[in-house]
Design a protein around this ligand. Structure first.
Ligand code: IMP
Length: 442
């Protein structure tokens, strides 16, 4: 039996999961998205060509893989249609390769209008959502009035649900002085127009996964957003509306937790965040701007500038605990190539108390003062390097210090956006003594 693996971002998203899923999935038969929607933007660069996937799993470029959208995913049908068309225009064969759970909830024009109206009304206190209707769609799911993909097969049920949900959202939108963007009848016609795209792709996801695994195949679960945006353990209320932790791979795809065998965390070598919310290591200075510029830190979905800061081991430790992370991939290492000194946050000082694992009480987090360890930079271009032995010594030190601080080993490091810019870590990589190579200050 092969190993079923969960790939999860350990920061506030945009860790480079898409590229890593694309590389790792070669040995898997299924890639499954299990939460979030088209608020995600997974960027892949192949032979210099850039693709941004929002809903369709990043395994779609490997012909032997079938990609699945599990029951925890919310689908905006127009976005899915556009993505399918775009992939087809690039010669990607989707026939029989994209399966959709009958229990996925659909993002309606009402949700998008409500998401945007709420954000606008909050002014300076806005969450900075992607404006894609994600939150309101999950609200309707939990409120038990949502419309699911399977409903498209039952026009009578769909019609009734459209009437009910239109009534509900008429009231919601009226509170912001808005009218429904489409009537219940128009909504019914709009949704029906996607039946041809969705119904033939409906798939009993857990049964398919069990069968694949029973036949000796393996499944890769592709997390979206990042663990610190999780609705439960994230920096609430500045979070997304789904659970982004590894446990969600079970709930969001419909398999039991024992089906998940290992969790690989993706860690960007520095930290970024899009939208508002606590960010203890944020750099609002030239160093932050340098990270932003060198890392091309612009949101792949909304085009917004990402806030940048140093790597935060305190937040990462919380993410590692909450996700049973056994190993990690370090991405965008090349962005640090030119830095003389590289800082890593090792603890928070919160009202005089030193904390090495981030608290989930956001009021406390607001007062966290980062305590940093400084590491000598390697000041070498790493983008063309292929093997571990070629890495500059200071970079090897940096990786080993991170392993020690996080308590888990690195699997590989990524030194550029292309599929080929990845360096595997040797099994016998020895952790060095941190005291010799780093100094700590606050
Ligand atoms: P929502 O998911 O659109 O409701 O946005 C809630 C928060 O999550 C906002 O701060 C967004 O910027 C953030 N967010 C949502 N999706 C992503 C993502 O894929 N990458 C990074 N941040 C995201």
């Amino acid at each position: 039996m092969q190993t079923n693996t969960v790939i999860i971002g350990l920061q506030w998203g945009d860790e480079g999961k898409g590229k890593i899923v694309d590389i790792l999935c070669e040995d898997y038969q299924r890639v499954v998205r299990y939460q979030g929607g088209h608020n995600a933007g997974h960027t892949l660069i192949m032979d210099g060509k850039k693709f941004v996937l929002r809903l369709i799993p990043s395994g779609i470029f490997r012909e032997h893989i079938k990609c699945l959208l599990g029951q925890g995913v919310v689908i905006q049908p127009t976005a899915l249609q556009e993505e399918i068309e775009e992939l087809k225009s690039h010669g990607v064969d989707l026939d029989g390769r994209l399966g959709i759970s009958p229990a996925c909830h659909l993002i309606l024009p009402y949700h998008i209008a409500l998401d945007q109206a709420r954000e606008a009304a909050k002014g300076g206190k806005a969450i900075g959502t992607t404006g894609r209707g994600i939150g309101p769609c999950y609200e309707d799911k939990v409120g038990r009035r949502g419309i699911r993909t399977a409903d498209l097969a039952h026009p009578d049920i769909l019609k009734d649900k459209c009437v009910q949900i239109a009534k509900y959202h008429q009231v919601q939108l009226a509170a912001f002085g808005l009218e429904l963007p489409m009537t219940a009848d128009e909504l019914f016609d709009y949704l029906n127009s996607f039946a041809e795209m969705i119904l033939p792709r409906l798939c009993d996801v857990p049964i398919d996964l069990m069968q694949v695994h029973a036949a000796g195949g393996a499944v890769l679960f592709e997390g979206a957003q990042g663990c610190l945006l999780d609705i439960n353990i994230g920096t609430y209320p500045f979070v997304t509306s789904s659970s982004t932790t590894a446990a969600s791979a079970s709930i969001g795809s419909g398999v039991g937790p024992a089906f998940l065998h290992e969790v690989i965390g993706i860690v960007k070598a520095y930290t970024t965040r899009v939208g508002a919310g606590i960010f203890p290591t944020e750099l609002k200075d030239d160093t932050g701007r340098k990270l932003q510029e060198l890392g091309h830190e612009l949101g792949s979905v909304t085009g917004r500038e990402r806030r940048c800061g140093w790597l935060d081991c305190v937040a990462l430790r919380r993410a590692i605990i909450s996700n049973s992370v056994e190993t990690f991939v370090l991405t965008k290492v090349d962005v640090l190539d030119s830095f003389e000194d590289i800082l890593i946050c090792d603890a928070y000082d919160i009202d005089g108390e030193i904390m090495t694992i981030a608290p989930t009480d956001t009021a406390l987090l607001e007062r966290a003062k980062p305590i940093y360890t400084t590491i000598k930079g390697w000041q070498t271009d790493t983008t063309a390097l292929k093997t571990f032995s070629e890495l500059p010594e200071n970079l090897k030190n940096y990786i080993s210090i991170l392993e020690e601080k996080l308590g888990v080993p690195a699997l590989s490091i990524s030194v550029g956006p292309d599929r080929n810019q990845i360096i595997e870590m040797p099994d016998d990589f020895i952790i060095i003594d941190e005291e010799d190579s780093a100094q700590t200050y606050s």
